[in-house]
Design a protein around this ligand. Structure first.
Ligand SMILES: Cc1ncc(COP(=O)(O)O)c(C=O)c1O
Length: 341
């Protein structure tokens, strides 16, 4: 199976498994796991933040970042198609009593004007907005990357209005690679940043929340409240450290393969492909007059896995386990389905 469903499907390499076996561990609940500490210090350093905290998942780390900065009865603004709005089970509402308002944008990447338009004039009759949550890369738009200058400006508009800025940087590493910037430059406009080790970096489990020490201390308690505290988590953290060392430098290879796959697919009748900026290939199939599910079944029969994305789109994500030859084969399989002769 050429598994392009997500960059979360990767399995640990033999070298990563060796790093896991060699990990020094302790009870992280007592703050005694040296490998978790090392990972947290490494990520804080890479992201240019005071502290970082290890989480079992991105959804939990997003929540903790937001709950640690907002309060019940206030609003969280996020781009209307954000992961936070559509894929996180309303968690900040369910667990933090905050309402989540989706801000419609032209491209998925919020501009300062789009944020200004969403902010109401101060009034005792409206809920206070406490947090702006950005997403970089922005998944729904096809893994697009925020322009760094524009992101600084959006964050400035948010701060002028008294908001904290949280960044869902599940794929921040991909954004940094695409921009040829260090990760701290991409993280800089945000107060808190969530980032995943389990996606393009290829670790089996784990996400991080980074930010100012007092916020991360509050997030520690929230993680505990959510049941996300782990014990000898150094076994998993070792995989994260290994991934940062060995996978971070090769993100651009996935981006190049995404461009090649997009190029092959865009030549096929009825497919409209967003030119990839990172490792996501988003394909609108409405021009084929076939339902996404129907095409996906045909692709699966050819040994290619992709997923539906809404009513008219399918998605492929490139990752460490996909080779150039498999990209070619995936393109050829799509051609056999859409151009039978
Ligand atoms: C943009 C984005 N944010 C957050 C998450 C949540 O991460 P996790 O699956 O580790 O909870 C994902 C997962 O796919 C994502 O794509």
């Amino acid at each position: 199976m050429i598994d392009l469903r997500s960059d979360t499907v990767t399995r640990p390499t033999p070298e990563m498994l060796e790093a896991i076996l060699a990990a020094e561990t302790g009870d992280d609940c007592f703050g005694e796991d040296p490998t978790v500490r090392r990972l947290e210090e490494r990520v804080a350093d890479l992201l240019g933040k005071e502290r970082a905290l290890y989480f079992p998942s991105g959804i939990m780390a997003n929540q903790a970042g937001i709950l640690a900065q907002g309060e019940a009865g206030t609003e969280v603004l996020a781009e209307a198609r954000a992961h936070l709005v559509h894929y996180e089970e309303g968690s900040v509402a369910a667990h933090g009593g905050m309402s989540l308002r989706g801000v419609p944008t032209a491209t998925g990447l919020m501009t300062p004007d789009e944020l200004r338009a969403a902010l109401r004039p101060p009034s005792p009759y409206h809920p206070r907005v406490s947090i702006l949550a950005l997403e970089n890369t922005h998944l729904d738009s096809g893994g697009r990357v925020h322009d760094p200058e524009e992101m600084v400006q959006v964050a400035e508009v948010a701060r002028e209005a008294g908001l904290s800025v949280h960044l869902d940087g599940a794929r921040l590493w991909n954004a940094a690679a695409a921009l040829h910037l260090t990760p701290d430059r991409v993280a800089a406009p945000a107060d808190t940043v969530m980032t995943c080790l389990s996606k393009g970096l290829g670790a089996p489990v784990g996400s991080m929340l980074a930010g100012p020490a007092p916020v991360v201390e509050r997030a520690w308690r929230i993680r505990r409240r959510l049941g996300g505290q782990m014990r000898q988590a150094g076994l998993l953290a070792a995989a994260g450290l290994h991934a940062l060392e060995h996978q971070l430098p090769r993100m651009h290879e996935d981006h190049a393969r995404a461009r090649r796959l997009a190029h092959a697919l865009s030549a096929l009748p009825g497919l409209r492909v967003v030119p990839p900026e990172t490792n996501v290939v988003m394909v609108d199939v409405s021009g084929t007059a076939r339902a996404p599910g129907h095409l996906l079944e045909a692709l699966a029969r050819e040994g290619v896995g992709m997923v539906p994305f809404g009513a008219t789109r399918i998605r492929a994500v490139l990752h460490r386990e996909i080779s150039d030859a498999q990209v070619e084969e995936a393109g050829a399989a799509a051609a056999r389905i859409l151009q039978p002769d």
